[in-house]
Write a protein that binds this ligand. Structure first.
Ligand code: ADP
Length: 965
């Protein structure tokens, strides 16, 4: 296995720091001890001289020793000062120091009053014979304060005092002097003189200053160290005697809080779990009088946990017993964290090493395995411990082992990695895999070859993927080149990065242009460019949704304009977009032409009078030309969406449905004729042609033209009427001929036949009978001809009315006479007659054409006799105002209903066959109708076939009735 551990850089640095610190400390200590030694010698010279210093704790001891020295001395007159001080005390001013601070003038005045009364020779010598009269002259102003304080102390009955002050020599130099003040008590119990002895301590003062300076430097050094310098007792609390300032920044506690366990013992900062190990190591180090190195955790004032590294040593006391520890500690939290991180990383690396799917192994230069991972074990089929120490020849056949060795050597010789691909079989399960093996020579820190590291990766799958990817690339390329449209790929810099052959043809761009990074904007028409740039921007911004398809005009490299439809979208997961261009220049042109032709067609449709329509597959109107409004009154909008049958007039709907269904069963081009609904309910006839619209074999709708045939229909009706009339006339002509031939022939045959028979051989009686027949036949023929002439006259309007007033009774007499004559002629019939008697109370007069009236009524009476074989024939009349209505009723053969009007037309007979029973030519009732018309009257019949008939003649404004008195 690889050893991933190593010397920590941080730790080395700390060691160096400590070494340097120690060196500096040692130097300072040495300096100090030398200075202290010198000072000691000085002090020894002064024979335990004690100094009085305001800033230091000092107790004056035996002053006699000082006296024994030869020192300059003065006697001072102190009485005035003393008095003033007493006064001030009496005034309640106890703190004279502060008082004189506030009254500097008085202070100086007072000082000046301390007179030097005597000065010895030694003093003169010390001061270079400088003449002084007051203490004021002797000292530098910085010493005045000290003088007044000293005097104040003396005033409090202190007899002997020592101060250290600089004294000014005559050349201006300062001499640092130790001064002994001795008060002389006089009999008045007040002080009047003070004896001051001076001792030059300049040399000592200089040494002390140097010591102070080295101490200051030491202190600065300790204060600026990254770690804490400490000194502690080797007791249960490790009571701290000294802690450098750095303790605050590391622990959060000031040194004062921890020194002498004032607020907290340092041991209490140590994390309890780490303490036993610390104690054990310290015990061991003290026992062996060795240095100790510790790493442990502390809890800072803020509760943070920190790691510290400590190195120290036990210090023996005068008795040689170690009772103090001195050392140095640094904050290694960051280093520790880094170390932990490194450990984790090592662990992680180890896990990776074991779980990585690659095979990893290490061989020494001779090919002996030093190390391998789990995957390699699988390949070899043995455990790591069985692999280490062996070579490939122990596991593989010779050829294979030679091959492996050859590659190892190649890597060593080339002094760089070599890679090879080969199929191998895994010994664990026999599966085969394609391995890509990288062999790298490994060197130690001295550059000596230590072995070859092998890493093999199973690339079976990736090789397969590579193959598939290659295939897919080929597919994509083929698809791209065969999309059928001009296709290109664009990047975010507006450059065309790929294009197919159709695109090249359309744009005129070549591979050379592509290599030179042509921009798609170079072939967009200027009017389309801003819009397309905007779309491109939006396409690349999330949340925007520009159109994916739009039209634009492109200008090829040769300057040809192409109208194209662009379909464009982003390629997912890339900054590229793919655009497909369909050249619709020809289509656009065709569409324009189509539009023009449609417009022409539309104009045509709108200008013709006929209606052009289209129905959809549900037979609803999908189009109808505007001309419909002129015909039906409804606008085209009225029809759109309506079912065809809903616009057909109700009278034609059922017929049209039938015809429509027939048409749908077997579509042909037979036109339909029907009446549509019209806005003003006018009768309109339309003829429509219907042509099916066929889509995939099925009728998807109908279309056709509708023409207004209203006028044509009216003409047709007239033609039919005329035709019917012509046919009638023809029938009448046939009837006339048949009647004429029958009616004329019968009497003529009788006349001619009997005339031929009359000769001598015929008896007289037969001759008389024959001549009667000839006479009757002649009369019949005559009446026939008269009837024809009569009717012709009446119909040609040549007949004139000869109106006259005549008596109604006369008319009755004439008619009765006529009826009797008729009855006689038809003597064989069993007929009775009812005739009205003349009115005896009233006289009725008629004003009309008497002859024609008699002719009309005679005809009716004659027919009643003719068409009745038995029963009653009744003649009656009824007067209503001036209108008189005549009725001729019989119980004869009657007339069928459908003939009751027709019999009033010429030659119309109920039975017009040659074999008919009753003679006649069918002119009688026609003459009656003509006469009725001439007389402004009306003739009609009511009849039941087989039961009889009643003929009426109504004559208005013709009768006058007068009562007879
Ligand atoms: P006709 O010479 O045939 O009688 P008319 O003009 O007088 O001609 O009558 C026309 C026809 O009307 C007759 O042929 C007959 O068929 C019918 N007709 C007229 N009068 C009568 C009637 N009283 N009873 C039955 N049929 C009648």
């Amino acid at each position: 296995m690889y050893n991933f551990t190593g010397e920590l850089e941080g730790q080395t640095k700390e060691n160096e720091d400590v070494q340097q610190l120690k060196r500096q400390l040692e130097e300072q200590k040495l300096k100090n001890s030398m200075l202290e030694k010198k000072l000691y010698e000085y002090k020894k010279k002064q024979t335990r001289v004690a100094t009085y210093k305001t800033e230091s704790e000092f107790n004056p001891t035996n002053f006699e020793d000082i006296n024994s020295l030869s020192v300059p001395a003065w006697e001072q007159d102190y009485s005035k000062v003393y008095k003033r001080m007493v006064e001030l005390n009496q005034q309640g001013i106890t703190n004279l120091h502060d008082y004189f601070d506030q009254h500097p003038k008085e202070f100086f005045a007072l000082i000046k009053q301390v007179q030097v009364t005597r000065c010895n020779h030694a003093a003169d010598k010390l001061l270079n014979n400088r003449k002084i009269s007051t203490l004021f002259d002797l000292f530098h102003p910085s010493g005045y304060k000290c003088i007044i304080e000293t005097l104040e102390t003396i005033q409090r009955h202190e007899k002997e005092l020592i101060t250290e002050l600089p004294v000014i020599k005559s050349n201006g130099e300062s001499v640092y002097c130790l001064m002994k003040w001795i008060s002389h008590e006089n009999h008045l119990k007040s002080y009047s003189n003070v004896h001051i002895s001076l001792f030059d301590i300049s040399d000592r003062y200089q040494v002390e200053n140097q010591l102070r300076e080295t101490n200051r430097r030491l202190s600065t050094l300790l204060g600026n160290l990254h770690g804490i310098v400490y000194q502690c007792c080797l007791d249960t609390h490790y009571t701290m005697l000294f802690l450098s300032k750095m303790v605050y920044s590391i622990t959060g506690y000031q040194a004062g809080e921890l020194l002498m366990n004032r607020d907290l013992a340092f041991i209490n900062l140590i994390v309890p779990e780490d303490l036993p190990s610390i104690q054990k190591q310290l015990e061991q180090a003290v026992l062996n009088k060795e240095r100790f190195t510790l790493e442990y955790r502390i809890k800072t004032k803020s509760g943070e946990e920190k790691w510290v590294w400590e190195q120290g040593i036990g210090i023996p006391n005068q008795d040689g017993v170690i009772d103090t520890l001195e050392g140095f500690m640094v904050d290694i939290t960051d280093r520790k964290k880094a170390q932990l991180k490194l450990q984790n990383e090592q662990l992680h690396l180890q896990t990776v090493f074991e779980t990585i799917p690659d095979l990893i192994w290490l061989k020494d230069p001779q090919g002996t395995y030093l190390n391998c991972n789990y995957q390699f074990e699988q390949f070899i089929g043995a455990k790591e411990e069985d692999i280490i120490g062996k070579t490939d020849y122990d596991f593989e056949n010779k050829t294979q082992a030679d091959w492996f060795n050859k590659n190892d050597l190649a890597a060593i010789q080339a002094n760089q990695s070599n890679t090879n691909l080969e199929w191998v079989t895994f010994a664990s399960d026999g599966h085969q895999a394609l391995l890509e093996t990288v062999k790298t020579p490994m060197f130690d820190s001295n550059g000596e070859l230590v072995g070859v590291l092998g890493i093999a990766r199973d690339v079976t799958k990736s090789k397969q993927n590579e193959k598939e990817l290659k295939e897919r690339k080929n597919w994509y390329k083929t698809i791209f080149n065969n999309t059928g449209t001009a296709t290109c790929i664009l990047n975010e810099k507006h450059e065309i990065v790929q294009m197919n052959d159709i695109f090249k043809k359309l744009s005129g761009f070549t591979q050379f242009d592509l290599d030179n990074k042509i921009q798609w904007m170079d072939f967009v028409s200027p009017q389309d460019l801003p819009r397309m740039i905007q779309y491109d921007k939006e396409r690349r911004s999330p949340g925007e949704n520009p159109p994916r398809q739009y039209d634009c005009t492109l200008i090829s490299k040769q300057g040809t304009h192409h109208h194209v439809v662009i379909s464009i979208d982003m390629i997912p997961g890339t900054t590229m977009s793919v655009a497909s261009l369909l050249d619709i220049t020809l289509r656009t042109k065709a569409l324009q032409e189509l539009k023009q032709s449609q417009e022409k067609y539309q104009n045509l449709v709108e200008s013709i009078n006929d209606i052009i329509y289209e129905l959809d597959d549900a037979w609803n109107f999908s189009y109808i030309s505007p001309s419909v409004e002129a015909i039906t009154g409804y606008s085209p909008d009225f029809y759109l969406g309506k079912h065809f049958m809903s616009v057909v007039s109700p009278s034609d709907v059922s017929r049209m449905r039938k015809e429509f269904d027939q048409f749908l069963n077997s579509p042909d081009s037979t036109p339909f004729e029907f009446q549509p609904n019209t806005k003003n309910n006018q009768t309109v006839w339309l003829r429509i042609s219907v042509h099916p619209k066929v889509n995939r074999g099925a009728i998807s709708g109908l279309r056709g033209i509708a023409s207004d045939i209203t006028k044509q229909k009216a003409i047709e009706a007239e033609l039919i009427q005329a035709k019917e009339k012509a046919e009638q006339a023809n029938e009448l002509k046939s009837a006339f001929l048949s009647i004429i031939s029958h009616e004329l022939r019968t009497p003529l045959n009788a006349i001619i036949g009997f005339s031929q028979l009359m000769d001598d051989s015929i008896s007289k009686k037969d001759l008389l009978d024959m001549s009667k027949i000839i006479f009757d036949s002649g009369n019949h023929l005559l009446s026939l001809i008269e009837s024809i002439l009569n009717l012709t006259m009446l119909q040609s309007k040549q007949a004139r009315i000869k109106a006259e007033t005549f008596c109604f009774d006369d008319l009755l007499k004439n008619l009765r006479f006529f009826l009797e004559g008729e009855l006689q002629k038809n003597g064989n019939k069993k007929l009775c007659t009812i005739f009205p008697l003349p009115d005896t109370n009233h006289k009725i007069e008629l004003y009309t054409d008497k002859t024609k009236l008699i002719q009309l009524l005679s005809n009716l009476l004659s027919n009643a006799v003719k068409y009745s074989d038995e029963g009653v024939i009744e003649f009656s009349y009824r007067l209503k105002g001036s209108t008189i209505t005549f009725a001729v009723k019989d119980e004869g053969i009657g007339i069928p209903l459908d003939m009751q009007e027709l019999i009033f037309e010429r030659f119309r007979q109920v039975d017009n066959s040659n074999t008919r029973k009753y003679s006649g030519v069918g002119l009688g009732l026609a003459i009656c109708k003509e006469i009725a018309g001439l007389l402004n009257g009306n003739v009609w019949v009511e009849s039941v076939e087989g039961k009889g008939s009643t003929f009426y003649f109504e004559l208005p404004q013709a009768a006058k009735t007068r009562k007879i008195n």
